[in-house]
Design a protein around this ligand. Structure first.
Ligand SMILES: Nc1nc2c(ncn2[C@@H]2O[C@H](COP(=O)(O)OP(=O)(O)OP(=O)(O)O)[C@@H](O)[C@H]2O)c(=O)[nH]1
Ligand SMILES: [Mg+2]
Length: 381
């Protein structure tokens, strides 16, 4: 079988792509980097002659290039295909060290570029692996990578082959025996690859455009959803405000239509009286939101305001625990920001001469609820 013709070498910047291309070529025709900055600035394609025939090797700009955006790198990659035939026979994805999340993101860009899953024609090469001759060490390394996450397992298990190499440079290994080894191994491997896909620069550009268009659309949808969420929250808040939201979970004074304060008698006692000023503690109640816009009203002196079943005149009392009678709905009235308290029994708290309930809302049922910071306190001798 002839060696695959077109081999695309791809990967993040500085991982050893150009070096691997030189290894396959058996000579230095691709510029290898020495420093931190990305070396290969343009894709380079070279026809290389070897024992099995010839191939076209395309060395590419590194994904995550230090000076280019992801989109620019993808556009460069697409352009590199105007140089070659429309078939791609093997993709070599090169990485070294850890297969990080960044590697995963870069690897996933292959699908963007080709518009389809290309794992069946992708070889992953780990460079810089000093134990590359030790089959067990290579297998353990592969397993460890697969165990990192589902993404790792998916990528490594689905690729056509995973190969370890260590292409040291001439300074570190004057004999260059590792590179010779690597050349033999990679060419034998490539000779066993028989699948290919058809593509060209304009298909790739379309794939890239579609990818970014769908990302933009996703982003647009996210913004719309976020706006809808904010509007919905605002609607709910406005609705809650109608039901006294501003005084929920606040210490308050409750003032009747004659501007007299609802005031509780001595601790333990049920009786209420009206005071023309806020008596510390006795005229202080805590309105606690409980469920479905309902509240319980706790006296600072202890106990919860409690209504009982019964019609007009049934007194309001105090309960030590929260019973159904303690649950009230604060309702807006048509009078100047005042509220009525609807009991669980369909009646309304009334504070005329007594503190009891009435079956409809009129003046007696309209209360002002002042949060404590506004309440006018007085000291009762
Ligand atoms: N020890 C060792 N060094 C390597 C190996 N592969 C590459 N290198 C070194 O890593 C550096 C970067 O290698 P390049 O081949 O230029 O990397 P690249 O992926 O082409 O980088 P960009 O062109 O910037 O995207 C060079 O100094 C190489 O000598 C390897 O397998 N082992
Ligand atoms: Mg390079």
């Amino acid at each position: 079988m002839p060696l695959p013709k077109t081999i695309l070498v791809i990967g993040r910047t500085g991982r050893g792509k150009s070096t691997l291309c030189n290894v396959m070529a058996g000579k230095n025709v691709f510029k290898e980097g020495d420093f931190g900055a990305s070396q290969t600035r343009q894709s380079q394609s070279e026809k290389i002659i070897h024992e099995y025939g010839y191939s076209v090797v395309i060395d590419t700009v590194g994904l995550g290039d230090t000076k280019l955006t992801e989109r620019q790198v993808l556009d460069h990659l697409a352009s590199s295909f105007s140089l070659v035939s429309s078939s791609i026979d093997q993709i070599i994805y090169v990485f070294n060290g850890k297969f990080t999340q960044e590697e995963i993101e870069a690897y996933k860009l292959l699908k963007v570029l080709f518009g389809q899953d290309v794992s069946h024609i992708t070889t992953i090469v780990r460079t810089g692996f000093s134990k590359y001759r030790d089959i067990n060490a290579c297998e353990i390394d592969k397993q460890l990578i697969m165990n990192e996450s589902n993404d790792h397992r998916d990528i490594v298990s689905r690729c056509y082959k995973f190969i370890h190499l260590n292409n040291m440079n001439e300074d570190d290994q004057p004999s260059q025996e590792n590179r010779k080894d690597a050349r033999t191994r990679i060419l034998i491997h490539l000779n066993s690859c028989h699948k290919s896909i058809l593509t060209n620069a304009s298909t790739m550009r379309n794939n890239i455009n579609n990818h970014y268009r769908s990302l933009e659309e996703e982003q647009r949808q996210r913004v719309i959803l976020e706006q809808q969420r904010i509007e919905q929250e605002a609607r709910v808040l406005a609705e809650k405000k109608r039901f006294g939201y501003d005084v929920w979970n606040q210490s308050v004074s409750i003032i009747n239509w004659r501007n007299l304060y609802v005031t509780k008698g001595a601790p333990g006692g049920d009786t209420f009286y009206q005071s023309n000023c806020n008596v510390p503690n006795a005229s202080t109640f805590y309105i606690q939101e409980i469920e479905g816009y309902r509240v319980v009203i706790k006296s600072q002196l202890g106990g919860y305001l409690c209504a009982y079943p019964g019609g007009q005149g049934t007194p309001i009392g105090i309960s030590d625990t929260i019973t159904d009678g303690c649950k009230f709905t604060i309702l807006p009235t048509d009078y100047n920001g005042r509220y009525a308290f609807l009991t669980n029994y369909g009646t309304y708290i009334r504070y005329g001469r007594r503190f009891d309930v009435q079956t409809h809302i009129d003046d007696h049922e309209r209360f002002t609820i002042e949060t404590l910071s506004y309440a006018r306190a007085c000291i009762i001798q």
